[in-house]
Write a protein that binds this ligand. Structure first.
Ligand SMILES: [Zn+2]
Length: 528
């Protein structure tokens, strides 16, 4: 009998943390950062205290109280004494690993808190994106997926009680086991083992998935970040398939089609399937995004700003094509250039930042005097590609600037001419905080007299995109009818919906299909 316990991803989009237990071993299916639960208690200036170790996360219910799986530098014996009578407390000895579906933080973020010797199983692309994102960003202690700075409990001078402070012993890397390790080139392995932040860095060589005590299958598929996969686990009750996040309508939809066929051939006992977009009836394809973006940009005069989700490399490539076809230069930020360079280590078909004529890199106006190692390398290796705000300002009609809301700060240096275009190629706001950001974004556009295209506008409390401006964003998730087709074709005995605000959709629509639907309950165990 296989046991599945759902510590996250139940009636919420993201935060997946599913424990699978079988005679042969124990595995977590993702170990994500639960954004929606965080948002209930925290915001930008009210955050869990890094100095409190795991205390805040355990007390606030953001992390399951499973003694034995977390980093010992964040949770002492004393801390655990407080939680041994807590609801859902359990001692969990040596899990065999985490099967990571992709590098979005709502699936990977809390891996940061796990013991470093618990291996993370992933595709090479997922592992490399996780490292590139961490190298080039500011990651808080609960988002250090690939490597982390150990903390020590110290009694600071003048304080009566101790706190967990960052130690100076250097960063330590986690053990990653790759589904496609054999294909790695030497250059790629070097990237993995190199520190780009701290001088001292205890790296861990990459391993492969064959050493797992359970028999695994990794199915690459299409999502809004490269490297995404579904996992198959052979258990005493039969195969369990975990979908991660997926879609059929993206550039790599064929991968998802192959996954469906191969998973069906295993005649799985259970399918754990995402349901983000169950209420959508159609999809916008990446091809349509290209057509609509081209239509808007080819007639634009002055500067064009393109706002699309970070790490969505496919979208970046779509806008690169638009840039080529409209004779503009796609202007990306150094962190995007770093991501493209990293991905090219694995996929030679990714454009070469230094050689691609239609690509330039924007250097922030108030760049730090001594940039981090990764940034200095980008500036050195791509010196001929760097443009400044003054370059963009002087020749506004030559550029498509890849900026999001968070980069608007640069506009006072660029001074876009009135009538310049802001193309919005991302999702509409999903919560009040995001609505506030949209409200601010509209004010920025007004201030600089920019036109927008594809931007949601508030009407009677609802944010909507004007009919004639729709079709600029291809979601990373399959729509309802596609999800039903995936379920019917894989045809598991049992379907367990996760990562959805309306899992009943599957009950309502799969009646009489021969598939039984089980809705998981948070922190409860299902015997399958
Ligand atoms: Zn995702």
């Amino acid at each position: 009998m296989v046991k599945l316990t759902f510590y996250g991803g139940v009636r919420e989009i993201g935060g997946n943390k599913i424990l699978l237990e079988d005679d042969k071993g124990k595995l977590f299916l993702d170990f994500g950062y639960p954004y929606s639960t965080y948002r209930v208690f925290y915001e930008e200036y009210l955050k869990p205290r890094p100095g409190a170790g795991l205390l805040d996360l355990l007390v606030m219910g953001l992390l399951p109280p499973l003694e034995g799986i977390y980093r010992t530098d964040l949770a002492t014996e004393q801390l655990w004494q407080q939680f041994r009578r807590a609801e859902h407390y359990r001692r969990l000895e040596s899990p065999d690993g985490v099967l990571l579906s992709h590098a979005h933080l709502d699936h990977s973020g809390h891996i940061s808190l796990l013991r470093e010797d618990i291996p993370v199983y992933a595709t090479a692309t997922t592992a490399f994106i996780a490292k590139a994102v961490q190298d080039s960003g500011i990651s808080s202690f609960d988002q250090q997926v690939c490597y982390f700075t150990p903390r020590v409990e110290e009694c600071l001078q003048g304080w009566k009680q101790g706190a967990y402070v960052a130690s100076s012993s250097g960063d330590r890397q986690r053990r990653f086991c790759l589904s496609d390790k054999l294909q790695l080139r030497e250059e790629a392995e070097q990237f993995w083992e190199k520190a780009t932040r701290q001088r001292r860095f205890a790296s861990q060589p990459l391993d492969d998935i064959s050493k797992c005590s359970l028999n695994l299958r990794c199915f690459p598929l299409d999502h809004s970040i490269p490297g995404a996969c579904a996992w198959g686990i052979e258990t005493g009750s039969g195969w369990v398939i975990y979908s991660g996040d997926l879609r059929l309508h993206g550039r790599d939809g064929k991968l998802t089609e192959s996954m469906i066929k191969e998973a069906a051939q295993l005649h799985p006992r259970a399918l754990i399937l995402e349901g983000t977009n169950v209420d959508k009836t159609t999809n916008v394809s990446e091809r349509e995004v290209y057509d609509n973006a081209f239509r808007a940009i080819s007639t634009a005069r002055g500067l064009v700003i393109a706002d699309f989700p970070p790490r969505d490399v496919n979208r970046l490539l779509t806008f690169l094509q638009v840039a080529r076809d409209t004779k503009r230069k796609l202007t990306i930020l150094p962190r995007d250039a770093y991501l493209l360079k990293t991905m090219r280590l694995l996929k030679p078909e990714i454009p070469d930042v230094t050689g691609e004529d239609s690509l330039v890199i924007y250097q922030e106006t108030t760049a730090a005097k001594s940039p981090a190692t990764w940034l200095r390398k980008i500036y050195e290796e791509c010196a001929s590609k760097i443009v400044l705000s003054s370059d963009v300002s002087a020749n506004q009609g030559d550029f498509i600037l890849c900026f999001s809301f968070w980069d608007l700060n640069e506009l006072p240096s660029i001074r876009p001419r009135a009538g310049s275009l802001y193309v919005f190629s991302s999702s509409e706001p999903h919560n009040e905080e995001q609505e506030m950001d949209f409200w601010r974004l509209h004010h920025w556009l007004e201030r600089f007299q920019l036109r927008s295209f594809g931007l949601p506008v508030e009407r009677n409390g609802e944010w909507e995109i004007a009919e004639e401006e729709k079709g600029l964003h291809a979601s990373g998730h399959a729509c309802g009818p596609d999800l039903l087709r995936i379920a019917r074709e894989i045809r598991p005995e049992v379907l367990i919906p996760v990562h959805s605000e309306r899992p009943e959709y599957y009950e309502d629509n799969l009646k009489g299909s021969g598939i039984s639907i089980i809705l998981p309950v948070a922190n409860r165990t299902l015997d399958i």
